[in-house]
Design a protein around this ligand. Structure first.
Ligand code: DQA
Length: 135
């Protein structure tokens, strides 16, 4: 589940976020886990991300979430994560702690199972590994 501006991966700040589109990386990810069923959703809208988190409960074994900038201030997304029973792994492409101070705070981290940041798109794969290890 990708949040705002993450549809621009491959075009936006390629020095920070890489030059591959998420869609192309997603194919690699799926091929890596032939026995896992994946769905992908991206939205630039907070309410749609909240709906997606709520609807994931009971339908999936876990969620990999890059909430983008909402990570730093969306109490509503945090509350949605806290309200569901399945684990959510927080992912960031960049090392948010090596960037501006406003990116150091994650309001969702306390309600996520764990987090991975700083490894580019590989972070999504590591998050799936983490979810598999939790099953
Ligand atoms: C990001 C980090 C956020 O601070 C930023 O707003 C993003 C991308 C990352 O993946 O590194 O949109 O979540």
């Amino acid at each position: 589940l990708n949040g705002p501006n993450l549809n621009l991966q491959g075009r936006r700040d390629t020095g920070v976020y890489g030059s591959q589109t998420f869609e192309s990386y997603f194919e690699t990810l799926k091929a890596h886990y032939p026995s896992v069923e994946f769905d992908y959703f991206q939205s630039n809208h907070e309410g749609e991300l909240i709906d997606a988190v709520q609807q994931a409960d009971g339908r999936y074994d876990g969620v990999v979430l890059n909430a983008g900038a909402y990570t730093h201030y969306s109490i509503a997304i945090r509350d949605a994560i806290a309200a569901i029973r399945i684990p959510v792994v927080e992912v960031h492409l960049s090392n948010v702690h090596a960037r501006e101070e406003f990116r150091h705070k994650s309001v969702i981290a306390p309600v996520c199972a764990g987090g991975i940041f700083g490894f580019g798109k590989q972070g999504y794969l590591l998050a799936v590994d983490a979810l598999e290890a939790m099953q």
